[in-house]
Ligand binder design. Structure first.
Ligand code: AHM
Ligand code: MG
Length: 345
């Protein structure tokens, strides 16, 4: 190695902690009760607990399947179940949600009667990309927070949960990767926080993330090529075809955990696609727990998220485990892909 200078020392702590960041923003809202701040704290506490187990996954008895399948007919990994219970217990204890829904639960998750005054609704995917657990690759947690629509004082209802993504109050995800990061938006900018294990807290590391209008990577499970609509096949062929000055060919990147693929797409630009195909016309991803929260974050960062027909966030959900095709990422890359899909190019 030669030239330059480099030191390993990081910034002196304290920086801006996640807890402080959220508190500061809530204080700026006249009449804010602090409930949202407390709910957020319960969620972040759960992610730290999940992380502590993820880090030791090969050492403690958490790798592998529970032997059960979930409502989608998918194998439930032990860590899926642990993460699910951790979030439910942590958030329930805070008393700020009137009902929850999770990718892992067939039905709504009710809360105890003493929490029926909760103003919020929480939807989450406790452990996204859980097929990656056994091979020590990145996984994540995704969550979406809505205001309740049912009267305060009674239990939350299905109507509270089936809200269009556009009505979300906040969304976030955590990547359990080479470091743990939490990215969230409450409508005013998208901010990223990196977990400092020596302090036990998330600190602001990526303020006001903006996704580039165009990137140079595409992320799709190309093994499904022969099941795709013809327009999408033409798009993938096009994106791989070199053309001077066009930025093509793009690089392919696909880790198989949407949170990790999306996180890279958010920071660097490009596009993530999970389409409908002949086997699964509405694709694989769940609207409520995966597509909507990530679409909300990407739109807030200046990107786009489509289901091939219109903005994902405008879809009015009709069932808890509804799936949706998803085209999300840099604005211009999503526009190109959707134009091919529709046969407009
Ligand atoms: P999961 O929530 O059950 O883990 O499934 C969702 C995951 C996404 O994270 C990922 O993008 C996709 O499934 C990968 O699916 P495939 O293996 O079909 O490419
Ligand atoms: Mg998932």
């Amino acid at each position: 190695m030669s030239g330059g200078s480099y030191t390993l020392a990081g910034p002196a702590r304290p920086g801006t902690s996640l807890a402080y960041h959220i508190l500061e923003r809530q204080r700026a809202i006249p009449g804010a009760s602090g409930d949202f701040t407390e709910l957020f704290q319960q969620i972040t506490l759960a992610t730290k607990t999940i992380h502590s187990l993820v880090r030791r996954a090969g050492l403690v008895n958490v790798i592998g399947s529970t032997g059960l399948t979930n409502v989608q007919g998918e194998i439930v990994q032990k860590l899926d179940e642990f993460a699910n219970q951790t979030i439910i217990k942590s958030v329930e204890a805070g008393g700020h949600v009137c009902v929850m829904a999770s990718e892992e639960n067939d039905e709504l998750i009710p809360v105890p009667p003493e929490s029926h005054g909760g103003k919020y609704v929480l939807l989450f995917d406790p452990l996204d990309g859980s097929g990656n657990i056994d091979v020590n690759a990145s996984i994540g947690t995704i969550f979406a927070i809505y205001r309740r629509r049912s009267p305060v004082g009674g239990p939350g209802t299905l109507d509270d949960v089936l809200q269009p993504g556009r009505d979300m109050v906040a969304a976030g995800y955590v990547v359990y990767g080479s470091s743990m990061m939490l990215v969230y938006t409450a409508g005013r900018g998208v901010h990223g926080f990196t977990y400092d294990p020596t302090v036990g807290e998330y600190f602001l590391s990526h303020e006001n993330i903006r996704i580039p209008d165009r990137g140079d990577t595409y992320s799709i499970n190309e093994g499904n090529y022969h099941r795709w609509p013809e327009g999408l096949r033409r798009w993938v062929d096009w994106i791989k075809t070199p053309e001077a000055g066009s930025g093509r060919p793009y690089s392919a990147r696909y880790i198989g955990a949407m949170v990790a693929d999306l996180h890279r797409t958010l920071l660097r630009g490009g596009i993530f696609v999970y389409p409908g195909d002949v086997k699964r016309p509405e694709g694989k991803l769940r609207l409520l727990y995966e597509a909507n929260p990530l679409a909300f974050i990407v739109e807030a960062a200046g990107g786009a998220a489509s289901d091939g027909r219109g903005a994902v966030l405008d879809v009015v959900p009709t069932s808890l485990h509804q799936r949706t095709p998803l085209f999300v990422g840099s604005r211009l890359d999503v526009a190109d892909c959707v134009a091919f899909l529709r046969g407009e190019r």
